[in-house]
Design a protein around this ligand. Structure first.
Ligand SMILES: Cc1ncc(C[n+]2csc(CCOP(=O)(O)OP(=O)(O)O)c2C)c(N)n1
Length: 642
């Protein structure tokens, strides 16, 4: 739904229009931008609190910088709605994250103002540094390169790696640390406490505002004056702050902390910083959710609240008459507590996704056994490996797409040493509105090629519980359980635990001529397809493999002995996934059959609702049924014994 923009915002189609306004208008423009985000997100959904927090910063940056010539990189990009609105996407902002609409994250193919595609965190400093070094190499000395990164994302290894490198490159890089003290859940770690110390140092803060101004003026006088001023500045900072400045130690010039909601002051400071050479860091203090009281108060809930009534703040939830199946993440969250109550070795680990994974339940119930380690997937995996060396059984819960970050750790630190780490990969398969950067498309392929791994996927809630139960039985070794975003199919899901023999699939129904093999919850689409086909007198068999590693060879011998036609269905990439595993089995065992593989094709799937994307990729129930019909299974009237 399109909503009208404010009087001044209506006139801004590009940053060049913004620059036509006086500095005195910037507060009103910021207010209108904030209101527009509230108006549109309340009726269309999407990320919310993060963009509200950087409204003034966004306006100031586009006012001062010469974008897109000057390169502005947003970290993660969930806070870049204001940037999108000011850079030509105001009138289709209502299509944000909608199938066929604009992306919820900056994306190079969408706009020249989106200098770098994002979605995963902590890449902005590396990317902006690469741009800055390229400009230096090309002699574009007037070009600015700015990375805007949150305090949560700053805690990740990649951000530190980039700072470490940037400090020794004398290129024109400005890192803006957007310090709102919160990640999705409360931020964790020593860096957070360090930033709080600087922010509250009274003696230092009296003096800080003048630093950029003085340095800027002296840089115009000449290099000698500038260098002397730099030395004085450093020693003053060292004296006034309780400890030496972390960023200065990495050879950045540190400025701030400044109020990230004072748009005029931001404009002044950004202008001052433009002429100061080398790597600089501006520490900006903001409030996540700024300007929407409820969001300021409960920032986690308002990170991405869904649709809401902007006046009352009521978050709209569909009301059902009957109880609904739970989300897979909640089955995980409740089940790990149940298992941990019985097995004292179990620990829970999440890299910065306590609410998203529902590990927050265990963190509350058993605080000494469940850890949020920050946005640090690599560390989460190796930390889990360390716990496992001591006889503990860590359940390391990572979204499938974020697990891509920690691939070496999975192989080098866990699999090679055959450690008992259980990897619960949430958001596996196509995730919906977050789109291409967030789809859990590749895990089946990248996990099944690793020795010592067990790779499994439950079709429903009971199976998830039983796989979790099985994985913590003694010496199960590295064990992957991948499950999708969203709800399962079972209202009555809390059933007694049963061990599942590792590598054992199950037959859902017998059939004639053709067998459908599925892995994971997408198997429920096959169940629907089979039900439809049965009404047409077509009776495919359906097997749920449950494991892509080890494969259930007995089951597959049965399939290829009985059926000449096979369709494989997976909510994962076709290249190297479950269908590929079946073809390998066929070749190795010299079977001949007509095989059709359904799954995510070899392209980046965009955003949309999950069912829309399954349809696009050709593996929703209707598409599966169509493929069966296309394989010319003859309608047959007799009933099949199962
Ligand atoms: C590698 C990776 N892990 C996890 C996430 C999920 N995630 C999205 S935003 C976010 C919090 C970012 O916090 P911060 O950088 O402080 O930005 P803020 O939301 O506070 O503006 C997290 C953990 C991600 N995008 N990328």
């Amino acid at each position: 739904m399109q909503v009208p923009a404010g009087k001044l915002l209506q006139q801004i189609d590009q940053p060049s229009d913004l620059k036509k306004f006086n500095e005195d208008d910037l507060e009103q423009i910021s207010q209108e931008l904030r209101q527009y985000i509230i108006d549109v997100v309340s009726v269309n959904g999407g990320h919310f609190a993060a963009s509200l927090g950087v409204v003034e910063l966004t306006v100031a940056l586009h006012y001062v910088l010469n974008t897109p010539y000057d390169q502005l990189v947003w970290d993660v990009g969930h806070q870049a709605y204001g940037h999108k609105i000011l850079t030509g996407r105001r009138d289709n902002f209502h299509t944000n994250r909608v199938h066929g609409g604009i992306s919820g994250f900056p994306k190079r193919s969408e706009s020249i103002f989106d200098t770098f595609g994002v979605g995963h965190s902590s890449t902005s400093i590396s990317a902006a540094l690469g741009m800055a070094v390229a400009s230096q190499y090309k002699g574009e000395t007037d070009r600015q390169h700015v990375a805007v990164i949150g305090d949560g994302s700053m805690g990740a290894g990649m951000a530190f790696e980039a700072l470490n490198h940037a400090g020794i490159e004398n290129s024109n890089l400005l890192v803006i640390l957007n310090d709102n003290k919160i990640s999705i859940d409360p931020n964790v770690g020593a860096l957070k406490e360090y930033l709080a110390d600087i922010t509250t140092s009274k003696s230092y803060n009296r003096f800080r505002d003048d630093i950029a101004y003085v340095l800027n003026k002296l840089s115009a006088v000449g290099p000698d004056a500038f260098n002397i001023a730099k030395k004085i500045e450093k020693s003053i900072k060292g004296t006034l702050l309780k400890q030496s400045n972390f960023f200065e130690a990495l050879k950045f010039r540190y400025f701030g902390p400044i109020d990230g909601h004072d748009v005029k002051h931001l404009v002044k400071v950004l202008n001052d910083l433009k002429d100061i050479p080398g790597p600089k860091l501006l520490h900006c203090v903001t409030v996540k959710g700024k300007g929407y009281a409820l969001a300021e108060k409960d920032q986690t809930k308002w990170h991405a609240p869904g649709l809401f009534d902007k006046i009352t703040g009521e978050i709209k939830k569909t009301v059902y008459e009957k109880p609904q199946p739970p989300k897979f993440q909640d089955v995980f969250g409740h089940t790990i507590i149940e298992l941990a109550e019985q097995n004292s070795k179990i620990m829970g680990i999440t890299p910065a996704m306590p609410s998203g994974s529902s590990l927050n339940l265990m963190m509350k119930a058993m605080p000494n056994r469940a850890f949020d380690v920050g946005i640090a997937e690599q560390h989460a995996v190796t930390f889990s490996a360390g716990l496992a060396t001591q006889g503990l059984t860590p359940f390391c819960n990572i979204y499938s797409s974020f697990m891509q970050r920690a691939y070496d750790q999975v192989i080098h630190d866990v699999a090679i040493q055959k450690l008992n780490v259980v990897f619960c990969l949430d958001r596996a398969g196509l995730v919906g509105a977050d789109g291409g950067t967030h789809h859990g498309a590749y895990d089946l392929a990248f996990m099944r090629c690793i020795p010592n791994m067990v790779v499994s996927s439950p079709m429903n809630e009971e199976e998830l519980r039983n796989l979790m139960y099985t994985a913590q039985l003694d010496d199960a070794g590295p064990f992957v359980i991948r499950y999708p975003r969203g709800n399962g199919t079972m209202v009555d899901w809390k059933r007694p635990f049963k061990a599942i023999p590792v590598g054992k699939g199950r037959k859902i129904c017998d059939g004639e001529e053709l067998a459908i093999l599925t892995i994971g919850a997408i198997g429920n689409e096959a169940v629907k397809a089979v039900a439809q086909l049965n009404t047409e007198g077509i009776y495919p068999a359906h097997y749920d493999l449950r494991f892509v590693k080890p494969l259930d060879e007995a089951l597959l011998h049965e399939v290829f002995t009985k059926y000449q036609k096979v369709i494989t269905v997976e909510d994962g990439c076709l290249e190297g996934g479950m269908g590929s595993a079946i073809l390998e089995f066929m070749a190795d065992n010299k079977y001949n059959a007509e095989v059709v593989r359904l799954g995510i094709p070899d392209l980046v799937v965009e955003h949309g609702e999950q069912p829309e994307l399954w349809t696009d990729c050709g593996y929703d129930a209707a598409a599966i049924a169509n493929r069966v019909r296309l394989m010319e299974v003859k309608p047959n009237a007799h009933t099949i014994a199962s």
